[in-house]
Design a binder for this molecule. Sequence first.
Ligand code: KMH
Ligand code: ZN
Length: 308
Amino acid sequence: MDKLIITAAITGAATVPSLSPYLPLTPREVADSAIEAAEAGAAIVHVHARRPEDGFPSANPEHFREILTRIKEKSDVVVCITTGGSVTMTVEERASVVPNFKPEMCSFNMGSINFALHTALDSIKEFKYPWEKQYLEMSKDFVFKNTFKDLYYLCEIIRDNNTKPELEVYDVGHLYNLDHIARLGKITPPFHMQFVMGVLGAIRGTPEDLTYLVTKAKVLFGKENFTWSVIGVGAAEINLSTMAIHMGGHVRVGLEDNIYIKKGVLAKSNAELVHKIVGLADTLNREVASPDDARKILGLKGKDNVGF
Ligand code: KMH
Ligand code: ZN
């Protein structure tokens, strides 16, 4: 079994600031939280940006630049930049981070889904910022658009910048979408898949669903042609992580996907969530990968070949 690659997803765009006072918002906070997560054992950090003044998801390259340069200065962690962005961004805005920063990795969402966040409204009594309520409410009618035209477009951008995609698979059909673009030669193995489980609108975070996704990926691509990792969105995070550690997969945790360290208790940092996974890996006798181990396992171009 390969060493365990832990990815920390630092802030995302699905969590709103009122849900947790520990969510990093400013570029400085995002970068420092990423550095701390790396010190705790994360080999990769998955990065979104937010507006410093109110935490609204940002596509502003200057916000990204501030985050990326600070991380690079202080840590050798692998940086994976989102191309999923947020519900308010066009696919062109989302993709622009790749040519702008030529990262070692970027996310690449494998298809469209309903991406609903409105159920979080029930747990918020008071909103910190005026945009949050409407942002959550409008997600009831939101389709996270990743059409084939979008997939073809992103394939080109990702290939042109020699960036390794973290292929975000939210449902079984997304494996077939990947198979389609692979057959066209637009993307080549080995693939690194991130099974995103527990979003309202896509597959749930159940053990049998994870087993099925892994089995189906082996059937479609052959087990030597991909690595995989899992995100348990919300309550499923630690349980699915445990399964993945045992099954030879990799793990993504972080405040982007889950704000609790255990039932009813908010995680105080991304590092705290990473630390929990390091403990589980130790219990299950799986060694944790360093950033350079992850570079080797995933075949990355290296920190010196990025554009920031
Ligand atoms: N927030 C996750 C459920 C992306 O950034 O491309 C999915 C995600 C998408 O990380
Ligand atoms: Zn993300």
